[in-house]
Design a binder for this molecule. Structure first.
Ligand SMILES: [Ca+2]
Ligand SMILES: [Ca+2]
Ligand SMILES: [Ca+2]
Ligand SMILES: [Ca+2]
Length: 320
């Protein structure tokens, strides 16, 4: 839950960034000089690559699990007794995705659009993974996680209780990486009131700060810092509808860029807040709830209307 709070704080900071003045700023807030998204992306990628080339994970334990193995990913430096280990960078299961980020996402007005590389490792996945879909960034997911800096400092973790996250309200690299994981099988009763999931997806993600908090200092996370998350995906809720307006949230990504936080049809009516469509119950601010401007059949399938035939769907059209 803490991570969610951090993200909400980040959004607020981003919104206020353009009017940036610091009357009453508490002493502990560190003001870091602004840096460009492109410069930081290159620097972060170099840091992540250096980490991946000098570290390994406990792949031998995952390949042949010893008795009592807890199926937790552990990273260590390639040195000493571990000098012969295979670096993460050379593991065939290391994958990457290029994600485009706009500086306006961080409240900046320099119009930069920069490719960022997200690196991820899937170390365990269900055997029948091909027939099981993973979540989208429009879903709720139940996860266990641990977030750290590249130096190993842990800044947040789920401990005994799993976290249920709206995958668009957490740092972007986290939501995007979880899309590659498959959920577990379950829940199964343990007989003591608790439940468990078997064969859940286990992975780790390495993200540049542009897919994290970028210039925003968060608790012990300095500005412009790459992040590492280890994640277990226990389950997720397919076709989650965060705002309960009848439209699965993933379908409220109007520009189809895999980011739900930059689609806001009635932005010009939202003076002090920014409520993207996936969390807005009246997307066009015409006073008629979105749910009443669409048709939903018994199976939950949504059909959109265009009453005035202007090519704009009613729930996005404030003069239909
Ligand atoms: Ca979008
Ligand atoms: Ca809105
Ligand atoms: Ca909506
Ligand atoms: Ca309308």
């Amino acid at each position: 839950m803490k991570m969610k709070n951090l993200l909400l704080l980040f959004l607020l900071t981003a919104l206020m960034g353009s009017c940036k003045k610091d009357d009453g700023t508490p002493d502990e807030v560190i003001i870091v000089p602004p840096r460009s998204l492109s410069e930081v992306a290159d620097e972060d990628d170099a840091e992540i690559k250096a980490y991946l080339e000098t570290h390994f994970y406990n792949y031998e334990e995952f390949d042949s699990p010893p008795a009592g193995f807890d199926f937790k990913i552990k990273f260590d430096t390639i040195a000493g007794d571990n000098a012969d280990k295979t670096p993460i960078m050379d593991m065939p299961i290391l994958k990457s995705e290029t994600i485009t980020v706009s500086s306006s996402d961080f409240g900046r007005d320099d119009d930069e659009v920069v490719d960022h590389i997200l690196y991820y490792l899937i170390v365990r996945q269900r055997d029948d993974a091909e027939v099981v879909n993973g979540p989208t960034i429009g879903d709720y997911a139940v996860v266990r996680f641990e977030g750290s800096l590249l130096n190993g400092t842990v800044f947040d973790a789920s401990t005994h209780v799993e976290a249920r996250f709206n995958l668009s309200r957490v740092v972007r690299g986290f939501g995007n990486a979880i899309e590659y994981l498959k959920p577990g099988i379950g829940p199964f009763e343990n007989g003591d009131g608790t439940v468990r999931f078997d064969d859940y997806g286990i992975g780790a993600v390495f993200m540049p700060s542009g897919l994290g908090y970028f210039s925003n200092t968060q608790s012990i996370i300095p500005a412009y810092t790459p992040l590492v998350f280890k994640v277990d995906l226990l389950s997720f809720e397919p076709d989650t509808d965060f705002d309960d307006d009848g439209i699965p949230s993933i379908l409220e990504d109007l520009n189809g860029d895999g980011n739900l936080n930059n689609d806001n049809t009635d932005q010009d009516t939202e003076v002090t807040v920014f409520i993207p469509n996936y969390i807005d119950v009246d997307d066009d601010a015409d006073g008629i709830p979105t749910r009443e401007e669409i048709d939903i059949d018994e199976l939950g399938n949504v059909t959109f209307r265009d009453t005035d035939g202007d090519g704009i769907q009613d729930h996005l059209d404030n003069d239909n």
